[in-house]
Design a protein around this ligand. Structure first.
Ligand code: UDP
Ligand code: MG
Length: 334
């Protein structure tokens, strides 16, 4: 465990991070309408953390709950110094809630888990042991998952297969929230949409070393799941975004520019040939299908080319304007 928490990995990312790293471990839990679970959840997490020989903080992010979860959290955070409650102004979704937690985290390692007691905090030490073997991200794999077979397990199987093939990261279970990260890794990531499940993929694009270990999973005791089948579609859309980012993000001109230029050159060549026919050989060219082809190629070529240029400019803006958080915090209780 020592090597994991010793500050030998002081990369530039650490130097640039917003918060000074004052703990060994930050545990981040997104919470949306889970008031029945909160007390038990915090008790279990703290119990596990106390058995570990490291300094820690527990960050609970209330994602605009309407069932009183935020009041419960606020009260707990005021009483216990190692617990921090981050209360978002409204419901932004799990991804934004996690991002808010990441931004507040002051630990060298960040562990995330769900606020509904489905993940087992007792797995945290094992995740950290694996991380200390030299990985940047250790993901939980709910080998024996306790969810509905048709509405949850089947879509999840398909989604995992798809994500694995598209992103090139080989994990069994992308949906598991129980994960451990080195802080440098999460600091470099920007989360949008439902991208939290693609954290391993995004981290992989950033060059992180990733692995997984089997973890426990319980059926939901209180409240109900915040997601239905509709999530599958949104995941597929996000997957397309990820694929696009992975392939073209840095050099859109290489794709659109090359295609556009190809179209322009072919179109011009055909046009020159047709001009030769008309003005030198004095043939009529008004009824030639080639004429149509030349026109289409030229127009689409110019469009593709300018689209590539615009995309290139937008990519610059995208990269240079990343200071903007995707959430607004109402208050932070410590
Ligand atoms: N969650 C959140 N904001 C949301 C939806 C969910 O913070 O808009 C939290 C929720 O409280 C839970 C975690 O994200 O801690 C996972 O949600 P859920 O258990 O409903 O997902 P499932 O386990 O069914 O995939
Ligand atoms: Mg759950």
């Amino acid at each position: 465990m020592n090597s994991l928490f010793s500050p030998h990995r002081s990369s530039t990312a650490i130097a640039q991070s917003r918060t000074a790293q004052t703990y060994d471990l930050s545990v981040v839990v997104p919470i949306y309408n889970e008031h029945e679970s909160i007390h038990l959840l915090i008790e279990r997490i703290i119990q596990v953390l106390q058995t570990m020989s490291c300094t820690y903080e527990l960050i609970c992010v209330d994602d605009g709950s309407t069932d009183g979860s935020s009041d419960v959290l606020k009260q707990i955070a005021q009483q216990q110094p190692d617990i921090k409650a981050v209360l978002l102004r409204r419901n932004y979704g799990q991804t934004a809630a996690m991002a808010a937690g990441f931004h507040q985290a002051a630990g060298r390692v960040v562990v995330t888990l769900d606020g509904d007691l489905q993940n087992d905090p007792a797995d945290i030490p094992r995740l950290l042991d694996k991380l200390s073997e030299g990985y940047d991200l250790v993901s939980g794999w709910r080998k024996d998952r306790q969810d509905h077979a048709v509405t949850r397990l089947l879509p999840s199987k398909i989604a995992n297969w798809l994500i694995g093939h598209v992103t090139g990261v080989d994990l069994h279970d992308y949906g598991c929230s129980l994960k451990a990260y080195r802080t440098e890794v999460v600091r470099d990531l920007n989360l949008y949409g439902e991208l939290h499940r693609f954290l391993p993929a995004l981290a992989f694009i950033e060059g992180a070393r990733i692995t997984e270990i089997p973890v426990g999973h319980h059926a939901r005791q209180f409240g109900k799941s915040k997601y239905g089948l509709g999530r599958t579609l949104r995941v597929i859309m996000d997957l397309l975004t990820i694929y696009f980012m992975k392939t073209f993000l840095t050099r859109p001109m290489h794709v659109f520019g090359v295609f556009g230029l190809g179209c322009i050159i072919t179109g011009t060549a055909i046009g020159l040939y047709l001009s030769f026919e008309k003005f030198i050989l004095l043939n009529t060219i008004g009824d030639r299908p080639l004429l149509m082809l030349a026109v289409v190629l030229l127009i689409s070529g110019v469009q593709l080319f300018s689209f590539g240029l615009l995309a290139e400019l937008m990519m610059r803006t995208y990269h240079e304007s990343q200071q903007r958080p995707i959430y607004r915090i109402r208050e932070i209780v410590e």
